[in-house]
Design a protein around this ligand. Structure first.
Ligand code: ADP
Length: 457
């Protein structure tokens, strides 16, 4: 399998190299075209110069050209690649480079055509331009200039072009090399965080939840990746902590009643205590309480560990409150308590059974911790929210205990709560359910006067 770093580097390198090659070719084409037009202008200007020079060798007094000078300049132009012949007005040849030195003319033309064809891949032909020789407004003859056309380069010009091409090639190659190196570096900077995340995930899978990626990447996706790995590690670490805490809490909660039961039963087996009906009943009650505790722990674990999947439906909270309250009426009556209902229709979209559990827990607490007086169940709908409160005229909760009552296994008064059968889980369950609904639960209390528990959904 090809590595991501290799694939990224290759992709970047190939794309950028293609771009560089195309760019080099364009620059090369552009330069050659510009240079050709420059050379074409040069050839034209040189031809005009030749005409001017030769015209200057006409002697108006004799009406003839200075042949010696013509030969000197004409052969000089031949060396440059301009083969000149001069005619008079009657068409007679005054001077002709070919007649003067045919060998030289052929050699010059061959050199130029070889240079253009072999080194510039340009196939031209000999072209003739005719210029009149004017003197004081009159024409005294014509000049024919033969050149290799439509364009030819001198040795210097050709060298310039090939040097330019070499520079472009070298620059292109150097840039490609730099690009490949940069691509590898760049690919590495993307791949490194991914490898790091993979390594962190492996360590997490191996049970090391303390691992964190603290590199603060500036690329959004890489930042998200490292954050997700960190969140995963934190979540698992928190879960592990909760699991350890729960195990130790449960052990702690079970130890006392089990020791108590064990002691009682051993005393009866050893004959220290008579197994009276009353004692057996007490043991039985303790076992029932333990079963209830295990059941509560089960519920709480399910709530805390299953991320609480809510089955939301639309219902009237007031109707639900009434239904639950009716179940508590016999027990309340037995204790001489009055249940007051102040229920206004309160439409709600929530998990019916879980909200029912919350009301049951609040009402059973009110019943447990109230010796006389009343328990009031109230619903108060408001735009965008629904409120439910359970108030009692019971023992109340001390100020220092109030902030802790929603904590797992917390009891404000341990001895009394144990007598009332509480394990300190009921409110934890209620709070977890309300929290899962995005709501809040709060308690107000005055010791000796009573308490109010309010949930807002
Ligand atoms: P428990 O099963 O012990 O009642 P909870 O989680 O329901 O556990 O409540 C935690 C503690 O909060 C109780 O032990 C009790 O001390 C206090 N508490 C809860 N509800 C009331 C109430 N209505 N009046 C007085 N104290 C209460």
């Amino acid at each position: 399998m090809i590595s991501l770093k290799k694939r990224l580097s290759l992709t970047y390198a190939v794309f950028i190299s293609i771009a560089l090659i195309v760019l080099t070719l364009i620059i090369n084409r552009f330069t050659v075209v510009m240079f050709s037009s420059l050379v074409r202008d040069n050839i034209r200007e040189r031809s005009e110069e030749i005409v001017r020079t030769i015209s200057g060798q006409y002697n108006p007094d004799t009406g003839e050209f200075d042949i010696l000078s013509l030969e000197a300049t004409g052969m000089h132009f031949t060396h440059e690649g301009y083969i000149v012949s001069i005619m008079d007005n009657q068409g007679g040849i005054v001077w002709d480079a070919r007649s003067c030195d045919m060998q030289q003319c052929v050699a010059v033309m061959r050199t130029i055509s070889d240079r253009m064809e072999n080194r510039f891949q340009f196939k031209g032909a000999i072209q003739t331009s005719i210029y009149p020789i004017s003197y004081w407004g009159g024409t005294v003859g014509t000049i024919n200039i033969e050149t290799y056309g439509p364009i030819f380069y001198s040795e210097t010009e050709l060298q310039f072009i090939s040097t330019l091409n070499r520079i472009l090639l070298a620059a292109g190659a150097a840039l490609t090399l730099v690009t490949v190196c940069l691509s590898i570096r760049f690919a590495g900077s993307i791949v490194r965080p991914i490898l790091k995340a993979g390594e962190a995930a492996r360590r997490i899978a191996g049970g090391d939840f303390s691992v964190r990626i603290n590199d603060g990447y500036k690329t959004r996706e890489l930042h998200e990746l490292s954050s997700s790995v960190n969140e995963l590690a934190m979540e698992l670490e928190e879960n592990e902590r909760r699991q350890k805490q729960l195990t130790s809490d449960i052990a702690h909660e079970l130890r006392t009643p089990l020791t108590c039961l064990q002691g009682n039963i051993e005393a009866m087996i050893d004959g220290i205590w008579q197994p009276t009906e009353e004692r057996l009943e007490s043991c039985h009650e303790e076992i029932i309480r333990l079963s209830k505790l295990v059941e509560d722990i089960d519920t709480l674990t399910a709530l805390e560990w299953d991320n609480m999947v809510l089955e939301r439906t639309d219902f009237d909270l007031a109707r639900l409150a009434l239904l639950v309250a009716e179940q508590f009426i016999p027990a309340a009556r037995q204790k001489g308590l009055r249940i007051i209902l102040d229920l206004k229709p309160s439409p709600l979209n929530a998990d019916y059974n879980r909200i029912k559990q919350v009301i049951i827990n609040l009402l059973s607490n009110a019943l447990k911790y109230t010796a006389s007086g009343t328990i009031t169940l109230r619903t108060a709908p408001a735009p965008g929210r629904t409120e439910l409160s359970v108030s009692d005229t019971g023992i109340g909760i001390a100020g220092e205990a109030l902030p802790h009552i929603f904590e797992r296994f917390y009891r404000a008064d341990k001895s009394r709560s144990r007598n009332t059968g509480g394990a300190g889980i009921g409110l934890t369950i209620a709070a977890a359910i309300v929290k899962a609904h995005g709501g809040k639960i709060e308690a107000e209390s005055e010791p000796g006067k009573g308490s109010v528990f309010r949930i807002v959904l």
